[in-house]
Design a protein around this ligand. Structure first.
Ligand code: GLU
Ligand code: MG
Length: 467
């Protein structure tokens, strides 16, 4: 369970002593430096790094970094809000020692997620990890609910021996094909070994649908740990690929047409050690609270897409018939509805039952995405929101009237639309607070402006190697 307390100047109780011991151990294991990682508003993983000997000082006082990255775009240009985007000021990056991992595919390096704190020792209002810790803490305090979450990872693997600008799939075999597994046998086995050495509990790995695409899923964790894990797994997928002369893309759309890379979120709410998605009186064993949680999510999905699908390239992926879930609908094991109810296999349901949110990709900042999904669901739970009727089959095939009657709507088809929905959503804006929600709006608008006039293929190319 992630420590939910904020870091403080001088270090959280016990952290400096722990970092001192860790620093000695790491040095003994040949680790020379520690990567301090966070994700910006645009969804780009940014880092600073310190020599291993400086870990105790980082745990006590943090490491400096400008707040300007909160309003960076994916292409590294900068926009601004009332409080962010100026060249002034500095923040302290505090490593979470619970999340520190020795990187197997980057010999000599360890990695840790950070929270960002102001120079006055206050939580930085633009820090997405701090926001998610707060949302999780409040969910437990106000609603008595905790969460188990996981983020699936899809990525496209390209050959590294072609010009930087091009994507040439590194495999030729069919979707889910044994050939593909064989062609990248060494890469994927090295990846599994690296993840196991880092303590990552992998559930599955397989060749996916799109050219060169693979998918990996990991076991459930508390939301902050799940977001950290998503960042760490992607760092590892990339690092192992690098060692094999391969190039990877987590971009929502590697090409303008066809199936994209998703980052489906699995989520279950728990009360007093009991899974709310199992053993209840509602549909498929959901408790009344779980049904209302799903209803809350569905109601806010149009606004949520500004957070879960934050790139102009996200809207090349969010198309019907691509299992990306672009309709505000739910169904049991329905892969075209935005929310798929997973009951799990008989015998395992009390542990396995959960819901999957599909219109999420890996351009999303995972801390913001999980925080907003949880807030939306809890709002439904708190107001006992009624869950509409289930959808079976493809919602795209419903006639306009029937779709409207059942509350089935197409999600935003552009980032412009999504950001307008987000702007109108008081609950999501309140959940993130004014600094973060203004940053979300400004960065999304900046991304829209950055691709103005580009055609779909140019949009895909602009973001292909950024995430
Ligand atoms: N690649 C699909 C997406 O973009 C998901 C395929 C699957 O269900 O695994 O969401
Ligand atoms: Mg998949």
């Amino acid at each position: 369970m992630t420590t939910l307390a904020d870091p403080v100047p001088g270090g959280r109780p016990g952290d400096v002593a722990r970092a001192t011991t860790l620093s000695g151990d790491l040095t003994g294991r040949g680790v020379h430096g520690v990567v301090l990682a966070y994700v910006d508003t645009a969804g780009i993983a940014r880092i600073k790094a310190v020599p291993t000997a400086k870990l105790p000082s980082a745990a006590a006082w943090g490491v400096g970094m400008s707040p300007v990255f909160d309003t960076f775009l994916a292409n590294d240009s900068i926009v601004s809000t009332d409080s962010l985007g100026s060249p002034d000021g500095d923040l302290r990056l505090y490593p979470d020692l619970d999340g520190l991992v020795v990187l197997s595919a980057q010999p000599g390096w360890a990695w840790a997620p950070v929270d960002r704190v102001t120079q006055d020792g206050e939580p930085h209002p633009g820090c997405s990890r701090t926001a998610l810790r707060r949302i999780v803490r409040e969910a437990a305090e106000r609603h008595g609910v905790t969460f188990r979450t996981g983020i699936e990872i899809e990525w496209a693997i390209g050959r590294g021996d072609v010009p930087q600008t091009r994507f040439v799939p590194a495999v030729t075999g069919p979707a889910y094909g044994a050939t593909r597994q064989l062609e990248l046998s060494d890469y994927t086995s090295d990846l599994l070994a690296a993840l196991a050495a880092q303590g990552v509990d992998v559930d599955q790995i397989h060749p996916e649908y799109a050219p060169g695409q693979f998918e990996l899923s990991t076991g459930p964790l508390d939301p902050v740990a799940a977001a950290d894990r998503s960042v760490l797994v992607r760092q590892t997928v990339r690092a192992v690929a690098h060692r094999h002369g391969l190039r990877v893309s987590f971009a929502p759309a590697v090409s303008a047409d066809g199936v994209g890379n998703g980052g489906h979120v699995h989520l279950s709410g728990w009360r007093g050690g009991r899974n709310l998605h199992c053993g209840g009186e509602g549909r498929y064993g959901m408790t009344a609270e779980a049904e209302s949680f799903v209803a809350g999510l569905l109601a806010r999905l149009p606004a949520l897409t500004a957070v879960t699908a934050p790139s102009p390239a996200s809207y090349l992926r969010l198309k019907p018939s691509r299992w990306a879930g672009v309709f505000t609908a739910w169904g049991r094991e329905t892969r075209e509805a935005a929310v798929r109810i997973v009951t799990g296999t008989a015998g395992l349901r009390d542990q396995a039952a959960n819901l999957e949110v599909k219109p999420v990709d890996l351009a999303a900042n995972p801390y913001l995405a999980l925080g907003c999904l949880i807030a939306a669901g809890l709002d439904g739970l708190a107001s006992s929101a009624p869950l509409p009727q289930e959808i079976t089959g493809d919602p795209a095939k419903l006639g306009a009237e029937e779709a409207a009657a059942r509350g089935v709507h197409r999600l935003p088809t552009s980032l412009e639309q999504a950001v307008e929905e987000f702007r109108k959503d008081d609950l999501l804006r309140r959940t993130l607070g004014p600094v973060l929600s203004d940053a979300v709006i400004a960065v999304r608008q900046g991304e829209c402006a950055a691709v103005a006039g580009l055609d779909d293929e140019q949009v895909a190319a602009a973001y292909r190697w950024r995430y």
